[in-house]
Design a binder for this molecule. Structure first.
Ligand code: 5AD
Ligand code: SF4
Length: 469
């Protein structure tokens, strides 16, 4: 997988059409951990709950329903959830003392991995629901109201996407001009460090027609940029409306035809699934942004083998050559793990070498964290925390330098920017560059949803400053 890990706290669920809701509407607070797919899932749970009469709230104390959409990818993610649950339990008790209830639900990958253990350790939790059963949330909640504690973590036979309600137009507009769209879920790659094949299950692609319809609906509501999501998104395949088998490249070409949809992205990809058609899409589709998140994890062939990545460092570099030949201005992003079991100083140096050769525009790097049940956790020669810390520091210093150099290389040049939202400071708006950097412009530079040409004047830590070109 390798979906970028972002943290977005307190994403409210969804407010449906307010006029249609009873005045006593229940409130839901959803907190999202982890990757973009969880963000998307939280929105879809919000849609399901809106249809069930809930409105979103950012104030946890006011919530009749608190949902934690959890992540299990690294480190003591589960432990963090348990300590958060401790705090929420106290709020639940406080509400109970005033005669109001608070239902507590745990969703996402920790729910899938831990199941009933969550209720055993945190008895205040009322329901545990895995990612494949979110469409059952309303019926599960009805049972919770009847006094049951529920653990729903099977891999449902029915497709949840067929059963989740479509977001209301007003809701899409509220979420902004950029949107996520899950096209594929699960992973069959079984990298030896990774828990995803166990928490998200095996690879499933959504049908092309459904994806196109959802993208059209987003575009009609004013969305200008769509990021297709999948744990292994470039393994997406499905039958197209022409009856032929489509891959992601073909799907992107179709999505690029949708009026209003100016920008497309996809994440996250596995190097083994970058086929010719997808590479050609980078050459042929102006809407496909010149930015690719293509994790490699390590630059050492020995470690790549132990990780079961099924490619070498040379394969990866050769692939990048082909992608860059197709789209010379493409910028790359990656994921790295330091301190995988058995990683020597020489292995780590091979990673540093690869990073120097590729020159990344951005990257995410992590210390290896053993995940229970994965082959990596059982391997010999675990690397000490001190060594992991030291390697991570060296790698991050190099990656940060590359990221800053990339930003600096844009100064003085003119780029397209999609205006996304008001800035934090008065008089500013924030846009998004083709390479995902925030671009700070004067608020009069354009309206939200406009794509404007700007000249970059200077760089910030993680952003660009620009003026209308
Ligand atoms: N330890 C450290 N990092 C991990 N990742 C996935 N599993 C682990 C783990 N057990 C990282 C990988 C992946 C990203 C999403 O998280 O780099 O690409
Ligand atoms: Fe990505 Fe490998 Fe995990 Fe699959 S097993 S989600 S390819 S890191």
């Amino acid at each position: 997988m390798d979906l970028n890990t972002i943290k977005s706290d307190g994403i409210g669920g969804a407010a449906g059409e307010p006029a249609m809701l009873p005045t006593t509407a229940k409130k839901v607070f959803i907190k999202t951990y982890g990757c973009q797919m969880n963000v998307y899932d939280s929105q879809r749970m919000g849609d399901a709950l809106a249809a069930d009469g809930y409105t979103a709230t950012d104030a946890i104390g006011e919530a009749d329903l608190v949902l934690l959409n959890t992540c299990h990818i690294r480190e003591k993610a589960a432990e963090k959830v348990y300590s958060e649950l401790g705090r929420i339990r106290d709020m639940k008790a406080e509400r109970a003392s005033t005669g109001r209830e608070m239902v507590i639900g745990v969703a996402g990958c920790v729910a899938q991995a831990e199941g009933a253990e969550i209720i055993r350790r945190s008895p205040a939790v009322d329901l545990v629901i895995g990612p494949q059963t979110y469409h059952r949330l309303p019926s599960v909640l009805a049972r919770v109201r009847g006094g049951e504690k529920i653990v729903e973590t099977d891999y449902a036979i029915e497709d949840k996407f067929d059963h989740l309600p479509r977001p209301e137009r007003a809701e899409i507009i509220k979420r902004g001009v950029t949107a996520f769209l899950t096209v594929q879920e699960g992973c069959d790659k079984f990298c030896t460090f990774c828990v995803v094949p166990y928490t998200r299950g095996s690879e499933v692609s959504r049908p092309a027609a459904r994806i196109v319809a959802e993208a059209e609906r987003l575009a009609e509501a004013g969305v200008r940029e769509v990021t297709l999501l999948g744990q292994n998104v470039n393994a997406w395949h499905g039958q197209g409306p022409d009856g032929k088998e489509w891959g992601l490249g073909r799907l992107l070409s179709r999505l690029a035809e949708i009026p209003g949809l100016a920008r497309l992205r996809y994440t996250t990809s596995h190097p083994r699934d970058m086929d010719d058609e997808l590479i050609a899409a980078h050459r042929d589709l102006a809407a496909l942004m010149p930015y690719l998140h293509l994790p490699v994890q390590s630059g050492s062939d020995r470690i790549l083998k132990a990780m079961n990545r099924r490619h070498t460092a040379k394969d990866y570099l050769a692939l990048l050559d082909r992608i860059r030949a197709a789209r010379p201005d493409i910028a790359l992003s990656g994921d790295f793990i330091v301190g995988f079991p058995g990683e020597t100083e020489a292995d780590f140096e091979a990673t540093m070498d690869l990073v120097r050769q590729v020159n990344y525009a951005s990257a995410f790097s992590f210390k290896y964290s053993p995940r229970p049940g994965t082959p990596g956790a059982e391997m010999a020669d675990h690397v000490s925390e001190a060594v992991k810390d030291e390697r991570l520091q060296r790698l991050q210093a190099l990656l940060l330098k590359q990221q800053q150099d990339f930003g600096s290389s844009l100064v003085g040049g003119v780029i397209d920017t999609l205006i996304e939202k008001p800035g934090r400071q008065a008089g500013q708006k924030v846009g998004r560059s083709p390479w995902l950097q925030p671009v700070i412009v004067d608020e009069k530079a354009g309206e939200i949803g406009d794509i404007i040409k700007v000249r970059i004047t200077k760089t910030g830590y993680n952003s660009l400053f620009a003026e209308l070109a």
